[in-house]
Design a protein around this ligand. Structure first.
Ligand code: FES
Ligand code: FES
Length: 192
């Protein structure tokens, strides 16, 4: 029985194929097979959200998804968002509000925010806070990230950002693995 599989899928709008081991995670495929290192390896256990990508438009912890399950799906990573209007506006807002410090959580946050803005083009602070509750940040205290997401929504809608609500960041103890962070757990792959 072969221990590898050939898979085909769409990656950032381009048809892609890869040879993957049956127990390989989608995160390992992206980083180690395809060289897309924008998606980060944090915990490897679905707890931190650093590895968040979009699969068919839904945010997923790629460390918890088998690469073979990517077959036939459409993936979007932070690299794919960089050229989009939504991604550019989010980047500018994150910089403006100081929502990037060490930057390790940023790709996952931007992907999560992208999903939110696709569903709710003008989110308030509460909606932004809920959207990122499965993504951990050690540096910013979350409020700057929430403000950046609210600002991005306003800019994309062509309205001035106003009335930013005081947002308490989602506690680090907030429920990990929020909605959309599904998938079977893989054995921990070791830190790197
Ligand atoms: Fe932490 Fe995937 S690396 S949730
Ligand atoms: Fe450092 Fe979020 S900016 S973990």
């Amino acid at each position: 029985m072969s221990l590898t599989h050939e898979i085909k899928f769409e990656l950032n709008g381009v048809q892609q194929h890869a040879t993957v081991e049956i127990a390989m995670s989608a995160l390992t495929m992206l980083r180690d097979v395809l060289g897309l290192t924008g998606t980060k390896y944090g915990c490897g256990e679905g707890e931190c959200g650093a590895c968040t990508i979009l699969v068919d438009g839904v945010s997923v912890n790629s460390c918890l998804m088998f690469a073979v399950d990517v077959d036939g799906r459409s993936l979007t990573t932070v690299e794919g968002l960089a050229a989009s209007r939504r991604g550019q506006v989010l980047r500018d807002a994150f910089v403006k509000y100081g929502a990037v410090q060490c930057g390790f959580c940023t790709p996952g946050m931007v992907v999560q925010a992208t999903q939110l803005l696709a569903r709710n083009p003008r989110p308030d602070a509460a909606a932004a806070k809920t959207a990122i509750e499965g993504n951990l940040c050690r540096c910013t205290g979350y409020q700057k990230i929430v403000e950046a997401i609210v600002e991005a929504g306003a800019v994309l809608e062509g309205a001035p950002a106003s009335g930013l609500e005081t947002a308490q960041g989602p506690g680090v103890s907030g429920a990990p693995g929020a909605a959309g962070h599904g998938g079977a757990k893989l054995a921990k792959e070791g830190s790197r």
